[in-house]
Design a protein around this ligand. Structure first.
Ligand code: UD1
Length: 418
């Protein structure tokens, strides 16, 4: 799917708009299955993962149209039950269609979901929630079949605040009779966005953004219109690019609340970060400095998706930082690419010791996953000379216009097909 050629080593500057959030758009598209009729979703980013979600919706009988950044989903009276293998294998979020199908029809079938290779990614918490609501789940290791004559509201306590399992449980609970209480729920901003869309459909949901979400299921639903929030990891990516290159600029369409841990980390590294209602302005020092130990964690902790981006930015700075990954088992695959650019990053289990070397140099590197690919792009913008970043297919899963947006910020970056 092509590669990026980047001539780095110069500060970025200017302003760029942050597109809609992938991790909100995907559960919201799944939720559109819950109400018969035409739901309208604005600010829906044009990503390959969103195209995969549209493919699933069509296979289930929906009509899906895109006009600019607006996607319309017309869900029929009778839905199919089987999530097609192709898109199911391409992205992790396809598992959300199981919850929505169960909630609407009481039956869902699929193969195992795919997604970025970040270590073991079981779905036991999703399936446990379905079972708690009264579904039978048959899992022969290859195919999943979930069925329920009727779902019933329950109190579910998650052993870990999984984002996807919380979303899946919310989707199924909307179709259950009675009250579901989700305890130790994920609190990420995307949960609040999903709650907003579910409310637009007429569902009774409260508490998203806290550890306790209450769903009063079984309400009659109607199609809804909703605007997806800005993508906080895309915002964090552009902020990392400004910071790594010693640049100054503004990210439009975000107030920074959804990515405040990244704003705080960059501020500790020496950036002036100004959060305004409609934008975040960032001015970086010529070189970032190391920050105290930091670890990823469920919201409001430092987001695991921003971990590679922060590492890339700090690797081009000065001083030392210990960054520990606590959410995924294997999320340092991109470090090999950073080292090829001259970065000094030592790995000890789940902790990276980043020693800023001040100046990186261009190299030919390959993205192995979505955010790792974005991190290599950030590093390449900071590195002197020319870099090639391969594996664009990973990046296209989560960035609608990465080279264009970084060019708008003054980056010398071009896409080569093939
Ligand atoms: C979502 C995001 C992803 C982000 C992650 C953590 C989407 C589409 N993806 O992924 O970008 O990195 O949140 O913020 O929104 N786990 C289990 N059993 C389960 C489910 C999860 O053990 O049933 C574990 C996972 O293996 C992982 C951890 O919980 O170690 C976090 O996963 P989870 O919060 O579920 O992330 P996702 O929903 O997959």
């Amino acid at each position: 799917m092509g590669h990026l050629i980047i001539e780095g080593g110069r500060p970025l500057g200017g302003a760029v708009r942050v597109h809609g959030a992938k991790n909100s758009a995907l559960p919201i598209l799944a939720a559109a299955l819950l109400a018969q009729g035409e739901s309208v979703i604005h600010n829906c980013p044009d990503l390959t993962d969103v195209a995969a979600a549209a493919e699933i919706l069509r296979a289930l009988g929906c009509r899906v149209r895109r006009s600019g950044t607006t996607v319309t989903v017309d869900a029929p009276a009778e839905l199919g039950h089987t999530v097609p293998d192709g898109p199911m294998g391409r992205m992790r979020a396809s598992v959300l269609f199981l919850g929505a199908l169960l909630g609407r029809t009481g039956r869902a079938e699929a193969s195992w979901p795919g997604g970025c290779a970040l270590g073991a990614r079981p779905i036991d918490l999703h399936l446990g929630a379905f079972r708690a609501l009264g579904a039978q789940v048959r899992d022969d290791g290859d195919r999943l079949v979930c069925t329920a004559d009727a779902l019933h509201g329950r109190r579910i306590v998650f052993p870990f605040p999984s984002v996807g399992a919380t979303e899946d449980a919310m989707l199924a609970a909307v179709g259950a009779q009675g009250v579901t209480i989700l305890e130790n729920a994920a609190r990420e901003p995307e949960l609040v966005d999903l709650q907003g869309f579910l409310r637009a459909l007429g569902a009774e949901v409260a508490g998203a953004g806290t550890a306790r979400i209450v769903v009063c299921g079984g309400r009659p639903l109607r199609p809804g219109t909703y605007t997806v929030m800005a993508d906080r990891i895309v915002a964090a990516t552009y902020a990392a690019a400004l910071a790594a290159t010693g640049g100054a600029g503004a990210l439009l369409g975000t107030d920074g609340a959804g990515w405040s841990p990244m704003c705080d980390a960059l501020a500790r590294a020496g950036c002036a970060v100004r959060r305004l209602p409609d934008r975040v302005e960032l001015t970086a020092p010529p070189r970032l400095r190391g920050i105290g130990p930091i670890e990823t964690g469920p919201w409001p902790g430092f987001p695991t998706d921003a971990q590679p981006l922060l590492t890339a930015a700090l690797a081009a700075g000065e001083g030392e930082t210990l960054l520990t990954e606590t959410v995924f088992d294997r999320r340092f695959g991109y470090v090999a690419g950073l080292r090829a650019m001259g970065a000094d990053v030592a790995l000890d289990g789940r902790t990276a010791r980043i020693h800023g070397v001040g100046v990186l140099h261009g190299a030919d590197v390959t993205a192995g996953d979505l955010r790792g690919g974005a991190a290599l792009t950030v590093a390449a913008l900071a590195a002197g000379g020319e870099s090639t970043v391969r594996g664009l297919a990973h990046i296209a899963r989560g960035y609608a216009s990465l080279p264009e947006d970084l060019s708008a910020l003054g980056g010398r970056i071009r896409r080569h097909e093939g």
